[in-house]
Design a binder for this molecule. Structure first.
Ligand code: NAD
Length: 276
């Protein structure tokens, strides 16, 4: 699909990987509906054990795109809420006259042992990471199907390989890969392509506000940035972290790749194959 002039919804667009994806599509001349918790950030249940994005972050991101000449609306969304997803899709279509591309990027994480993991936390991870992809896709499909479209789901290399103390998140991202393949098979006859991207280690707020503090104690005494860098050098074949822009490049590629559907594209420096 040619990107210029098309309309894309990006969820979790206020910061991190979602922000880079929204900005990349805007640079390519797409109309961007940038969706994140925004004004819903204070809603009970949207609070989390690390800060999710604030309303101002979404507005600032959208303003930045518009100041650079891009086309962008900022819209509040809770991907775990059916009515919110429906409303978001309708508002995006109203703003730009149609819908061509959906990037399901919003996601959350919490580490912990399965033996004492809270059921409510498990439910919240699946409500955002898995049900969110389902609800957003279901709301978008009728509009995408009008002229063929593209859905790209941000999964994770954690969805291809489980790891200790990360069971719920790994399981949720494996579910996203399964859902991606099923939707790709089902929607091909309506000319909708569906793929996943599996990022490796990207230094976003999810990483520096949470994961580095809880996972990298062996690098104690170093700054979060240095600890993350050392961890990546020690564990990833290419020894490099992934920039949010590299994930955005993959999303642009999958949008243009008219023969590609049902794949889970790792952008992880070889993390999935391991060091030995
Ligand atoms: P992040 O926490 O920096 O950004 C996630 C965004 O999603 C935030 O702006 C947050 O407000 C939003 N969000 C959370 N719950 C939401 C909800 N219910 N409705 C709408 N928006 C919601 O995280 P990130 O690192 O940019 O992660 C983006 C995606 O990439 C996630 O799906 C994550 O699982 C995945 N991922 C990240 C990494 C990494 O290393 N950072 C690696 C693999 C996969």
């Amino acid at each position: 699909m040619r990107i210029k002039g098309k309309t894309v919804i990006v969820t979790g667009a206020a910061r991190g990987i979602g922000r880079a994806i929204a900005e990349a599509f805007a640079r390519e001349g797409a109309n961007v509906a940038a969706a994140d918790l925004g004004s819903l950030a204070v809603k009970p249940g949207s609070d989390w054990h690390y800060a999710l994005s604030a309303e101002t972050e979404l507005e600032m991101m959208a303003n930045g795109i518009r100041e650079r000449g891009g086309s962008c609306v900022a819209l509040a969304l809770d991907v775990s809420d059916r009515a919110s997803c429906q409303n978001l899709v309708e508002k995006s279509v109203e703003a730009f006259g149609g819908l061509d591309i959906l990037v399901n990027n919003a996601g959350i994480i919490k580490l912990g042992r399965i033996a004492d993991f809270a059921e409510s936390t498990w439910d919240r991870i699946f409500a955002v990471n898995v049900k969110g992809v389902f609800l957003m896709s279901r709301a978008a499909i009728p509009f995408l199907a009008k002229k063929g479209g593209v859905i790209t789901n941000i999964a994770s290399n954690a969805g291809k390989r489980g790891s200790a103390f990360n069971g719920p998140y790994c399981a949720s991202k494996a579910a996203v890969i399964g859902l991606t393949q099923s939707m790709a098979a089902e929607l091909a006859e309506r000319s909708i392509r569906v793929n996943a991207i599996c990022p490796g280690n990207v230094f976003t707020p999810m990483q520096f506000d949470y994961l580095v503090k809880h996972r990298l104690q062996q690098y104690d005494g170093q700054s979060f940035e240095d600890a993350f860098d050392a961890f990546v050098k020690d564990t990833v074949p290419l020894g490099r972290q992934q920039a949010p822009e590299e994930i955005a490049d993959a999303a642009l590629y999958l949008t243009r790749a008219d023969s590609v559907t049902g794949i889970a594209l790792s952008v992880d420096g070889g993390n999935g194959i391991g060091l030995s």
